[in-house]
Design a protein around this ligand. Sequence first.
Ligand SMILES: *Cc1c(COP(=O)(O)O)cnc(C)c1O
Length: 360
Amino acid sequence: MQIKKQLAQLTPYQPGKPIEEVKREFNLKTVVKLASNENPFGYSESAKIALQSEILQMPLYPDGSSQSLRTKLAKHLGVNEMKIIFGNGADEVIQILSRSMLDSNSNTVMANPTFSQYKHNAVIEGAEVREINLLENGCHDLDLMLDAIDQQTKIVWVCSPNNPTGSYEPEQKLMRFLDQVPKHVLVVLDEAYYEYVTAEDYTETTPLLNRYPNLMILRTFSKAYGLAALRVGYGIASEQLIQAIEPARQPFNINRLAQAAALGALDDQVFIKDCVRKNREGLQQYYDFCSTHGLKYYPTQTNFILIDFNRDADELFAALLRQGYIVRSGKALGFPTSLRISVGTKEQNEGFLNTLIRML
Ligand SMILES: *Cc1c(COP(=O)(O)O)cnc(C)c1O
């Protein structure tokens, strides 16, 4: 047997440690997970009700085109419903795009550090990966990314806000970039944290789709909508592009419970507004902590914050784990002395920060 040789250089995705495992390992009663940017406020009641009424339908395959969800989401976004492709998480849309466009004769351009799955999928497809270091402020170096593009470039990935820095690309910079990217290159704008953004100069990108046929926007129900377990993400792009990549999508990739819950969740925008407000308040707890203790961090438009503690991130991570807090060590994310911390509830943030103060 022969496995593609590029797989030998990859390891499976390392998720944040599960709460149950940490409880057992360290004999703890309560463990708080601030590692995967999940919504600490749960998910909307309207999604719960929708889930319950779907429960009897399990013997039936889901609607392969997610039609009801498609119609409602398209209306919510103000785009034509043919401009949407659904994925089993935005992760699957990244996989579909990579599978559809990348091969060993092509290259793909992305920031470094950024969300790991762009590179992971590109490597599997055998494409050359061109990584351009982030600027000092945690933003993409869009000029150098433009310079890295050539005739063999198929996809440029822009993660805004970026994971793990939380930085975003302001409107003017982004527009100038989009104007200069050659038409043969797809720009994937990953907006997984779109709902959390409050910056005034963050671009509303869906109206740009008419102007840039080589643009795809990625969003997800995993973060602000609190439905990470159900795996629903989507891409928005020109009808032509969506049609071209649809054959690479699995026929029933969005399961029934996921479709029902996402449909219900869209009805409750008050829940989202409320979460965004509480998230900003939670972030302020971290900002205040950082300024009190003289710690550097990136101002963030997301529900996580990357803080530089000036010490070995893996050791700090391990010490926090023993105290019942699961965070993300920056080591594997390209920031060896930082932690990426998801914003929790007010009480979780307080407990976590007090624990940190005792330890530091
Ligand atoms: C969480 C995340 C995703 C993936 O989200 P899913 O829809 O759960 O697959 C994509 N991009 C970024 C930047 C993320 O942080």
